[in-house]
Design a protein around this ligand. Structure first.
Ligand SMILES: CC(=O)SCCNC(=O)CCNC(=O)[C@H](O)C(C)(C)COP(=O)(O)OP(=O)(O)OC[C@H]1O[C@@H](n2cnc3c(N)ncnc32)[C@H](O)[C@@H]1OP(=O)(O)O
Ligand SMILES: N[C@@H](CCO)C(=O)O
Length: 336
């Protein structure tokens, strides 16, 4: 069961606004050793939760690649997400009403600031491995820039230094789908559900690619309607809308768009040069959303950066699905 970290003081956001208080849901797996030198911190992506054993099955757990018998694994649900941390469905402490669309906009740096606060509360001064994919990688990069002495090893999967125009365009298109659902503006359970379904179906096109659909969704019969690819899109939309909230998704996608390590630091290269951690960047060859050239840029700009590229038919989502390949490159580079 996740635990809740409460920070009962105003939490200032990068844009100058405040959350009156902070709640961060987090999970720990394994035991912190006496020297506090066995911490692996996992940063999750857009729709995951604080339990990486749930969504990185096979990679994290007892006797797994990231062995919780050996390591103390921490993962926090990001602010804005509906898995236990403060989010648009939370109650505003002053009005006593649900925040809804009055929730402030927040950035990747604000998420990282909340993780730093939590790590302080857990008395973690050193992170042996900081690992994140996609939006989780954005947080990990930011944290490694802000606290270069704290992060010893950094593993970045399918992520970038600054969210691309292509990524922002895809997120805006998804928000347009959500906003086109008039229920989105209501403060009710399931508000914006149909819009969220359309948004997830749009997103899937960037998480996978032509070859993924060709291998998994080909119609064996020549039908004039009722295509497998169609029912797959609908199913995936419904699958997400059963477990996620449209407003949280809208806000998280805005946070993703804000990602730019170069903001107020000169440029991305200058910011990445601050990272001291031994860094492994893992790209997915078929990733349309965070293409390999973005991973090359990271590996080249981080002084102790190395690159591995994994082959996969799954495109961007390969960072969640290709567990065996990820395990093998981790073992090649680190004595885990
Ligand atoms: C609270 C929680 O649920 S936590 C765990 C949730 N996951 C996360 O938070 C992390 C993010 N995870 C993800 O993004 C995804 O789960 C991934 C990328 C890891 C894997 O995606 P999946 O949807 O499982 O894989 P895939 O694209 O192969 O789809 C398989 C599903 O589509 C269904 N499907 C496949 N083809 C079709 C079709 N033509 N028509 C309808 N349904 C189809 C399958 O039956 C299967 O359904 P199931 O998930 O109910 O078993
Ligand atoms: N499939 C991922 C998003 C891609 O990074 C998720 O739902 O969290």
């Amino acid at each position: 069961m996740p635990e809740i970290f409460k920070h009962n003081k105003p939490f200032q956001l990068e844009n100058g606004e405040f959350l009156q208080e902070l709640e961060v849901s987090y999970t720990t797996l394994g035991k912190l050793n006496q020297e506090k030198s066995n911490v692996i911190w996992v940063c999750h992506a857009l729709t995951a939760n604080a339990n990486p054993e749930d969504w990185w099955k096979g990679l994290i757990g007892k006797g797994k690649g990231i062995d919780t018998e050996k390591y103390f694994v921490v993962c926090a649900n990001i602010i804005g997400s509906c898995y236990g941390s403060i989010n648009p469905k939370s109650i505003h402490p002053e009005t006593g009403e649900v925040y809804g669309l009055n929730f402030p906009l927040f950035s990747i740096r604000d998420i990282t600031k909340s993780l730093e606060l939590l790590s302080g509360a857990l008395e973690i001064e050193q992170i042996q491995f900081l690992i994140g994919g996609s939006m989780g990688g954005m947080q990990a990069i930011e944290w490694a820039i802000q606290k270069p002495d704290k992060i010893k090893n950094l593993v970045l999967l399918a992520t970038n230094a600054r969210h691309s125009s292509w990524g922002i365009a895809l997120n805006e298109t998804q928000r347009m789908a959500i906003e086109a659902d008039s229920t989105f503006y209501e403060n009710k359970e399931n508000a914006g559900k149909k819009g969220l379904e359309a948004a997830r179906a749009i997103a899937l096109l960037s998480y996978r690619n032509y070859n993924t659909y060709r291998s998994t969704q080909i119609d064996l019969e020549h039908t004039a309607d009722q295509y497998r690819a169609s029912s797959y899109q609908k199913y995936q939309g419904e699958k997400l809308s059963k477990r996620f909230d449209a407003k949280c998704y809208w806000y998280l996608s805005k946070a993703m768009d804000s990602h730019n390590v170069g903001r107020n630091r000169g440029d991305c290269e200058k910011a990445l040069a601050k990272i001291q951690a031994e860094t492994l960047v893992i790209g997915i060859q078929s990733d349309l959303l965070f293409p390999v050239e973005e991973q090359e840029f990271l590996a080249q700009s981080i002084s102790k950066g190395k690159l591995e590229v994994i082959d996969s038919i799954y495109g961007h989502d390969g960072f969640l699905i290709e567990v065996e390949k990820i395990k093998s490159v981790l073992q090649k580079h680190f004595k885990l």
